[in-house]
Design a protein. Sequence first.
Length: 322
Amino acid sequence: MSGGRAAASAPKSGERLEWIDAAKGLGILAVVVGHVWTRGAVRDAVYAFHMPLFFLVSGYLFRPKPTVAFVRAQMATQGLSYVLWLALLVAADVLIEGARGHRPIFHDWPGDIGRIAFGGSELRGPFTVFWFVPCLIVARIVCNAIGMRWGDPRSWAWVAIALCSAAFAYGVGAMTDVSPLGVLTVPMALVLLWAGWLWRGVAWQPWMWALLLPIGAGVLTFGPPLNMKAGDYGWPVASFIGAAAISFVIFRIARWPVLGSAPVRWLGAASLTVMYLHVPLVHYLSPYFGKGVLLAIAVIVPVATHYLLDSNKVTARLLLGK
């Protein structure tokens, strides 16, 4: 897992890897598909890996940094954009549902302020994916704090921490689905961050196709869908081995010219904006359009919005975390 080839594969600080954007593009397309087709084999297949993939990508890019500076950076970028996107979409829901003659999801003011601040399991409908970002922030902060103490993911300390965190995640997930700000999922997210960080030190070998493809195919075919938001992690251990196998295959094929083409990379670079906006679009437009049109709208509109926001320094700073 170590050595010169592994060290060469580690991204430098500030470096943007095109294949990472391509992998995120494939991943966020799976996320959108899973929210357009909400039942059936396609939905179950993408739910076997789509959210673990994003935690694994974050882990792959992870570098320990001084704790205070790291926390400040997380809150000033992802934390701020989370608050602003949530506020904008709550306001949009009030306006849209009012125009349609429907009751908004949050209609008991000021009482609903507490539910919005609670986040996580209280956010449903067009806000259902809003558990992910605060969960990722907290998991990254925890990972960074541990990483500053044990900087080698191959260490026995990290192995022990990952095993304990996974056991805790399964235990708590079996007891409750209540999740303020998505923190119910943090223990499992920590395991995935560690696994992604560990994978960065692995030099790809041809025999890995023969190992990862059957595992991934087995989980896609027979495995239960995961609901990380609710602490439902499918088969103990096996589901996450399968999700990792699928994700690592996607990491590899994202380097291929066709799958790593510019449109896929553009989609990946806009993945967080797509994450925030695609569910509201599906939620409000599903009575009016078929599945194929919904998929196109839920991809194209958020991507266009992302690059429009990115063209202005203020909106890029506030809503894109730049």
